[in-house]
Design a protein around this ligand. Sequence first.
Ligand SMILES: [Zn+2]
Length: 400
Amino acid sequence: MTLPFTIQAQAGAARFASIHTAHGDVETPAFMPVGTAGTVKAVPQDILEDLGSENLGAQIILGNTYHLYLRPGHELVRKLGGLHKFMSWERALLTDSGGFQVFSLSELRKVSEEGVSFRSHLDGTSHLFTPERSMEIQIALGADIVMAFDECTEHPAEKERARQSMEMTLRWGRRSKEYFEAHKHEVPWSESHPLRKQRAKDGAPAVLHESHTAPALFGIVQGGMYADLRRESAERTVELDFPGYAIGGLSVGESRAKTMEMIAATLEVLPKDKPRYVMGVGYPEEIVQYAAMGVDMMDCVLPTRAARHGLLFTSEGRINIKNARYAQDQSPADPKCGCRVCARYTRAYLRHLFVSAEPLAAVLNTIHNLAFYLDTMRTVRHAIRLGDLSGMLSGSVSLA
Ligand SMILES: [Zn+2]
């Protein structure tokens, strides 16, 4: 099982690279917008495709297994051709394992060796997620990158509890891989991938790299807030041999210094020639910092969720658009931002939309915030290519 990952430039520990998926290349370090229920809330797919100042757009977005399983149901999505086709998104998709949402959203959950039984937060019905079930659902959805089923250790957790949880994640990781390897070619696009059709038309044998006919499965490192457990989890997850590795269970209420310490301890152990993904982070200055440490992929609901609450990320820091001081402000949300919202609308108008509870407020605020995040990562990649990230690490993020 491989996922082609080409490192093109390095600056210190940071890498500029490309992940080659069946649905296009993903330049890294990458920030991945979260598309919870088959939609990045408030933003249409065609706008996601050209977000940011070079119109590069989002090359990869997330889908949430827990939400899509409950509604509309993975069997329906499979029947309709998979999540790419269902939501009309031809670029790369990553799905999470469902574990994190079960831990954070569902009621009456019960963890056993077999998996997690829980009640839906929508209608109270009973469900069971196991590693095998999570793989089955993610393969039916048809993501390009599938995540192993893990237990997100609660915070705070005593060391013995964190160790038990880490051991469970390792056993579930092994079961995830076994099921995945046996079923990965069942993704809805395996036989109908555009490259396969093109080769058949050209008369060339339809032999494709495995990454064009099957998704890739990433392992997940846990270990709570204990550096030695994180290192051990990383070593033993690497022994299971995945084409990429995620660091889970962070950003759950710990200090930022602790998050960094856990990431640093884990990165020491993870192989340098595979993509490394920190799940659920972070603020713009954090994602720059983690990219500098050698993290290749990150995702977070922060830019989209904050946007719906009127919080905008800008090159001048965070602004709360509902503030009365913006009532007559004729400047764009961020004077240095090249996004379509900043090119067209004033802070005064954005404030008016927000305080009037107009749906367009969420749309415009989200487009700007995501453009800011994607531009931040584009600038990071540019700096890595130039061999120097130091300018981006001093104080606030400025977009060159
Ligand atoms: Zn903007």
